[in-house]
Design a protein around this ligand. Structure first.
Ligand SMILES: NC(=O)c1ccc[n+]([C@@H]2O[C@H](COP(=O)([O-])OP(=O)(O)OC[C@H]3O[C@@H](n4cnc5c(N)ncnc54)[C@H](OP(=O)(O)O)[C@@H]3O)[C@@H](O)[C@H]2O)c1
Length: 311
């Protein structure tokens, strides 16, 4: 069974539930690429421009799900997902539902369970780009759930971005999404705080941005990422090219410079405290990656259910 045969068109019929900034652009891309596209939103009036573009507005969620080979959910949270889809009940049987709503692993797991009870074919997912990049080559979308459902609908999912399949456990997509977002926020905050330091000295922040990103990307990603990951896996952090003690000094300088410049110092102070915890564990002579040992889950917590996900 393929999307094509099921819908009777040369493109799969798609339903989009949720027309916030993200759902709207997903619908636009599917309409523009020739997919029969049905939309539903709690506030139906938001569908106007999409209908003018060629989408069909469903009068109910049941109608939207019934019209589509693939129903894509893009709501504010999993509570809304449940509120919107639980009443569909038997109408979900045999239908494919792809939930691109952000949430936590346990929310994804619970949603996959009740979707399964209703006989739905369920993929969980996460969108790793802002709305203007949807449909652009290389825009990363994460998916997890039954491999055969992903394979069957890969062509349709490729319409909005580069689909990355992570494994069978439904919660993998939101877990990886959370990890990547944490990386984004930490990096973004580092740049924003650094910019505040420069700005506090009345220096041009645009020039600083150019310098900062030109320096950061090759500095950070020059060493192979495989090498970095292997170091973490092995717990091997040789300090021959620079020690954690040296980095603690750098973090102290950033913290004291922030105070001197009148810029809030909580963020560098927190990084300093974390590095100092690694030093207190006896890792001062190792390199900065040894901070990973502070972040790692302790053996005493290892039985926590969230630790068991299959790929
Ligand atoms: N925007 C981004 O840059 C971005 C990037 C990546 C991922 N995402 C994810 O994409 C999802 C959608 O994001 P978004 O930017 O489109 O906006 P959003 O504000 O997170 O979600 C808006 C959608 O949720 C619906 N909604 C809110 N409360 C509801 C309720 N109680 N019952 C039913 N529907 C409800 C809204 O309906 P109404 O129109 O009726 O209010 C609208 O369709 C989120 O999970 C977000 O994390 C967004």
């Amino acid at each position: 069974m393929t999307d094509h045969l099921e819908s009777g068109h040369d493109k799969a019929a798609v339903a989009i539930l949720g027309l916030g900034p993200m759902g709207r652009v997903l619908a636009e891309v599917y309409v523009d690429r020739g997919h029969p596209t049905t939309v539903w939103n709690r506030t139906a009036a938001k569908a106007g421009p999409l209908v003018a573009r060629g989408a069909r507005l469903a009068a109910s969620v049941d109608e939207a799900v019934a019209a589509a080979d693939v129903t894509i959910v893009c709501l504010n949270d999993y509570a809304s997902t449940a509120r919107v889809l639980r009443p569909v009940g038997e109408g979900l049987r045999g239908r494919t539902v792809v939930n691109l709503t952000s949430g936590t692993p346990s929310e994804a797991r619970e949603t996959a369970a009740w979707m399964g009870e209703r006989g739905a074919r369920y993929l969980d997912g996460a969108i790793m780009v802002p709305p203007p990049l949807v449909g652009e080559p290389g825009s990363v979308f994460l998916y997890s759930g039954p491999r055969e459902v992903f394979d069957e609908h890969r062509a349709t999912l490729t319409g909005v971005g580069d689909p990355r399949y992570l494994g069978t456990s439904a919660e993998l997509a939101v877990l990886y999404n959370t990890g990547l977002l944490e990386m984004m926020y930490a990096t973004m905050n580092g740049w924003l705080h650094a910019t505040a330091l420069i700005d506090a000295a009345d220096l041009p922040v645009g020039d600083f941005a150019e310098l900062a990103f030109g320096w950061f990307v090759p500095m950070m990603f020059g060493p192979s990422t495989a090498g970095l990951a292997a170091a973490l896996a092995e717990g091997s952090y040789p300090g021959d090219l620079g020690t954690l003690e040296m980095n603690v000094n750098a973090l102290e300088h950033i913290t004291r410079t922030s105070v001197e410049q009148g810029v809030p110092a909580e963020q560098p102070r927190l990084m300093l405290e974390i590095a100092e915890r690694a030093v207190a564990q006896g890792r001062g002579g190792e390199n900065y990656l040894a901070v990973y040992e502070v972040f790692k889950k302790r053996a005493a917590d290892a039985g926590h259910p969230a630790s068991s996900m299959s790929r």
